[in-house]
Design a protein. Structure first.
Length: 475
């Protein structure tokens, strides 16, 4: 296990130098300064047409310096950890922040929680593995996919990984370190039947080392990417209108992430941009509904031991028993609201300022039986197995999502497969209209990446839920 000195040596800095950098950053009257050192290694291999034909690797290395003064943030970075370059970045951040004339609480005023341990391991380090070791993995994945469906026309499979060594230091004289692995394997498949073409994709991603790869993962991915293709070729566009919608457990959680989770991020609420800005402590869903953003699921893509401000990863109940209990806070919003940060200050890399971001967002299981029980209670509606891309307006809460796969519900039974439809609704209203939650919570371990000014690794999940009325865009 790495020690603090291992990280200091990696970046070629001493504690005395860290203190000097922070002092330089705060010369202009800053109330807070933090440093974010990063050394990230990336690698990828891609199989096309039965051949592993491309791949690559690179390293991203540097340090970001943030200075806060009132409502002003000064941010600068260096792509080197040479002391002269770091001091220049600290001076730039100080000058930018010095333009502030307002006065607010310092970002570090809230209590900092301590991490209880690590939520991910890397027994077999990606950085020490030869690329040739992974070629048979991709070949085996393609063979497994083709063995499951004779209509497979083309397979594109990819294995990618990244490992980040992180060192953080701030003006509270706190030093925090972390090593974050992520491994991902994806399959995109084109199917051809009777002159018609369909495409499907599936992926799995974990905070883990090479040990995540095995026959069971290959079989799981091959099954996921070929499952349901008979229905996909049979699917038709149904008549649209307002109707009940049953969302399947797992990947349907992307709607929860997009249509509701973003609206719980504290920066949107602090600026009055979220539909939930004035709803803290209010009932926004039926009793029994709990929505969580969690950094503590072992090996999960969205988990973090510490966020990118040095705050411990934790499990945050945004909604408890239908009541809005917490926003997702970084240090800035936590100081503004006078609460502890929730460990949601995240950034894409050292080149970016941390902002409130989700980790793994999901709804807890309910007590309304199985997915089949929910379907049985619907006379006419839509069952959605998977959503694809969508759009959300944070201020109004309105959303539109494309349905990747689903079926009609008629008299409590699943009937015709459907395609080419959108689900349209409003986040707060959809929450209020959830009338049943099954006991089958599933976390989806796909390669979810959230974009909000910058990218962040996330995951999502949901049990099967019944929303009594959403607009289905069909014929």
């Amino acid at each position: 296990m790495k020690t603090k000195n291992d990280y200091l040596n990696l970046f070629g800095v001493s504690t005395a130098q860290l203190r000097a950098l922070v002092a330089e950053g705060m010369k202009g009257g800053g109330q807070w300064c933090d440093l974010f050192f990063e050394d990230t290694s990336y690698g990828e291999l891609v199989l096309r047409d039965g051949v592993v034909s491309s791949g690559g690797s690179h390293i991203d290395y540097g340090c970001g310096v943030r200075v806060l003064k009132g409502e002003k943030t000064g941010y600068a970075y260096a792509e080197s950890t040479d002391q002269a370059a770091l001091m220049a970045a600290a001076r730039k951040a100080s000058v930018i922040a010095a333009a502030s004339s307002s006065d607010t609480k310092a970002a570090g005023a809230a209590t900092r929680a301590l991490s209880p341990g690590s939520f991910y391991d890397m027994d077999d380090d990606w950085r020490r593995a030869e690329a040739a070791r992974f070629v048979p993995v991709l070949m085996k994945l393609e063979s497994a996919i083709r063995a499951k469906d004779s209509s497979v026309h083309k397979v594109i499979a990819a294995l990618s990984w990244q490992v980040s060594d992180i060192l953080m230091y701030n003006s509270l004289d706190e030093t925090t370190t972390d090593t974050r692995p992520v491994g991902s394997i994806t399959a995109t498949v084109i199917f051809v039947r009777g002159g018609r073409t369909e495409m499907n994709n599936a992926s799995r991603s974990f905070r883990s080392g090479v040990e995540m790869i095995g026959d069971s993962l290959i079989e799981e991915l091959a099954e996921a990417v070929t499952c349901g293709m008979d229905e996909r070729f049979e699917a038709r566009r149904p008549k649209g209108g307002k109707m009940p919608v049953v969302m399947a457990a797992g990947a349907s959680g992307i709607l929860l992430h997009e249509a509701m989770g973003h609206a719980f991020e504290a920066d949107f609420n602090r600026k009055g941009q979220s539909i939930f800005s004035d709803k803290m402590g209010c009932r926004v869903a039926a009793s029994g509904i709990n929505i969580i953003d969690d950094a503590t699921i072992p090996g999960n893509r969205g988990s973090v031991n510490v966020d990118d401000e040095g705050v411990a990863g934790q499990k945050t109940y945004m909604m408890e028993d239908g009541i809005l209990r917490s926003y997702l806070h970084d240090r800035i919003s936590a100081a503004y609201y006078g609460v502890s940060p929730t460990g949601n200050g995240r950034r894409e890399s050292f080149r970016y300022n941390p902002i409130p971001r989700m980790r793994c967002t999901y709804m807890e299981s309910g007590h309304d039986g199985s997915c089949a029980d929910l379907i049985a209670g619907v006379r006419k509606g839509i069952f959605v197995d998977q959503f694809s891309n969508g759009e959300v307006k944070i201020g109004e809460g309105d959303f539109t999502f494309y349905v990747k796969s689903g079926r009609l519900i008629e008299n409590g039974r699943l009937t015709m497969p459907v395609k080419d439809i959108n689900i349209v609704g409003n986040g707060p209203k959809a929450l209020a209209d959830i009338v049943a939650v099954a006991s089958d919570l599933k976390i989806d371990n796909s390669t979810w990446t959230c974009g909000k000014e910058q990218s962040a690794l996330v995951s999502c999940g949901i049990p099967s839920v019944l929303v009594k009325s959403l607009t289905v865009g069909g014929e």
